[in-house]
Design a protein around this ligand. Structure first.
Ligand code: PEP
Length: 242
């Protein structure tokens, strides 16, 4: 399976940054799929600049198709602006906006209905890991965030590794990705075998190749290091070939 290297720009970037970044992504290594998830106002400009060579995604969407939801964006609006993916349930949304697993499930259904591929994020806090509860926390998030007909991507992002420079050990990533695969199969049947599982949390050019080579790692969700095209491409270059 080709790996997916996804960049989450979070709340960074300006329209003026798009052209140079998109041009740099012209050097994309051919053995991986690249995805950029910029803030909403940059999507349309990115879509024109990339011309379909790199996929685009949003960072959230509402569960409803339209309506009186000030400040929100629907999945079909993302699609209209050129997105084919959407990140859902990122830990910053769970924490800063109090998003629950049930709400994330509703957003996931909306994304699928609009023809977007949802990337549903799960991951434990440092306290939960120290308490030995990491796998159970992630299994619970999967059970309640994914609809029974889920078709999309899961991103394992330990909360304590996001933006901190810390990463789990290779053994911990391997164990968690194996547990996620088992949970996906238990929940979705055979469809659970083909869901890509991304690793996210302080992925950098220097650690990407070793993380991406681990079993059941189908790519990476990259925050800070995706803001510089050079670093993002170096991470992508570290993905194993098919
Ligand atoms: C993220 O926000 O999804 C993320 C993984 O961030 P970082 O790579 O900066 O840790």
């Amino acid at each position: 399976m080709r790996q997916l290297i996804a960049g989450n720009w979070k709340m960074h970037g300006r329209l003026a940054d798009v052209a140079a970044y998109a041009a740099a992504l012209g050097q994309t290594p051919g053995h991986v799929d690249l995805l950029v998830c910029p803030p909403f106002p940059l999507l349309d400009r990115f879509s024109a600049a990339l011309g379909g060579s790199v996929a685009l995604g949003g960072q959230d969407c509402h569960a409803q198709a339209q309506g009186a939801h000030t400040g929100d964006v629907s999945a079909s609006m993302l699609k209209d602006a050129g997105a084919s993916y959407v990140i859902l349930g990122h830990s910053e949304r769970r924490e800063n906006h109090g998003e629950t697993n049930a709400e994330i499930c509703g957003k996931t259904l909306a994304a699928m209905a609009a023809g977007l591929t949802p990337i549903v994020c799960v991951g434990e806090t440092g306290t939960e890991r120290e308490a030995g509860a990491a796998e159970e926390v992630v299994r619970t998030q999967l059970r309640h965030s994914l609809p029974s007909d889920f078709a999309g991507v899961v991103a394992y992002e330990p909360v304590w590794a996001i933006g901190t420079g810390k990463t789990p050990t290779e053994a911990d990533v391997t164990a968690m990705h194996g547990a996620i695969r088992a949970a996906l199969v238990a929940q979705l049947g055979a469809a659970g075998l083909t869901v890509k599982i991304l690793y996210g949390g302080s992925v950098k050019p220097g650690n990407a190749a070793s993380l991406l080579a681990l079993p059941e790692v189908g790519g990476a969700l990259v925050g800070g290091a995706s803001l510089k095209a050079e670093d993002f491409l170096a991470i992508a270059a570290g993905a194993p070939g098919v």
